[in-house]
Design a protein around this ligand. Structure first.
Ligand code: MBD
Ligand code: FE
Length: 300
């Protein structure tokens, strides 16, 4: 007769014993946090491999994939982080962390940092613009000026008291979907700035009403999106880190309510409280749109 078809690996006591043996290999002087969490990681990894009957060829492709992510990453492009983002992992750990640390439900929700933050954006006076002198030869030059927005508000405590001297660090992508460091056509630190709140906790700046854009697709993360038949778009968003001494720094993003991708962010970072409406701004030739948003910080 025909040879018997090989059976999937056992899900029984011997499988559990194998997983337990790997966990039991941890020594008495292991790092305490690792000793606490690695049993769960090993159990989930083993259960996953058994559940899907993972083959050596598939596991090996996954190793190559992760190596490729690492090789591609630089201080300007973090492909492994992007992989985590499209799997919802950065958003998930962000939610877990803010649930652990937040002390009041009135605090502004956090959102993920994303791979394009840069330290030391220019410190600018309130009321100035993060749109730098753009060459008129840039194809999206006119669109940028047509979609300029005045963004202002206050930084508050959860009881509604203004926080003076807070720093609002803000950044967003250009209308061509590229952050300044990805794009040779943009001036250094374009669409980035830091603003300090006044005595009433107020900040104000000119920026753009941001547009939806695809996350970088030219690497392994983009290839995975393609293999999963997923789109690469994030809804238009502005990033913020709001910080002040004695307060827990808030990393967050605001999203345009009218964006077609608002309900299907490629990195699963949209939260209802962070969805905003840009309103028409009257009598200001520097901005067509108006956004007013107050950030509420929690105590450290
Ligand atoms: C982005 O611009 C971004 O903000 C996040 C979170 C992930 C990928 C690209
Ligand atoms: Fe972003």
């Amino acid at each position: 007769g025909l040879p018997k078809k090989p059976q999937p690996p056992p899900q029984d006591a011997s499988a559990a014993a194998f997983t337990d043996a790997v966990i039991a290999a941890t020594g008495p002087n292991a790092n305490p946090r690792l000793a606490a969490i690695m049993p769960s990681l090993v159990r989930h990894l083993h259960a996953f491999a058994r559940e899907v009957n993972l083959t050596v060829a598939e596991w090996s492709a996954a190793v190559d994939f992760l190596n490729e992510c690492g090789k591609m990453s630089t201080d300007r492009r973090n492909e492994t982080q992007l992989l985590c983002d499209i799997l919802g992992l950065e958003s998930l750990v962000d939610s877990i962390t803010s649930t652990l640390l937040s002390t009041s439900t009135s605090e502004t929700p956090s959102a993920i940092l994303g791979p394009f933050y840069r330290h030391s954006a220019p410190l600018l006076p309130n009321g100035s613009s993060i749109i730098q002198n753009l060459s008129p030869s840039i194809p999206w030059h006119d669109q940028a000026l047509a979609d300029s927005a005045h963004v202002s508000g206050r930084v508050l405590s959860s009881s509604g008291k203004p926080i003076p001297g807070a720093v609002v660090d803000v950044w967003h992508a250009a209308p061509n979907g590229m952050y300044e460091q990805q794009d040779a056509d943009q001036p250094e630190m374009n669409f980035r700035g830091r603003f300090e709140t006044d005595q009433e906790g107020r900040y104000a700046l000119y920026a753009l009403r941001p547009v939806a854009y695809p996350i970088p697709e030219d690497g392994p993360a983009g290839r995975l999106l393609g293999l999963l038949d997923r789109h690469p778009y994030r809804p238009g968003h502005i990033h913020f880190i709001v910080s002040a001494p004695g307060w827990r720094a808030l990393t967050t993003q605001l999203y345009d309510a009218r964006d077609e991708y608002i309900g299907r962010d490629a990195v699963f970072a949209v939260k209802e409280e962070l969805v905003v409406r840009f309103e028409p701004r009257e009598g200001d030739e520097k901005a067509r749109w108006e956004l007013v948003y107050d950030f509420v910080l929690g105590r450290v």
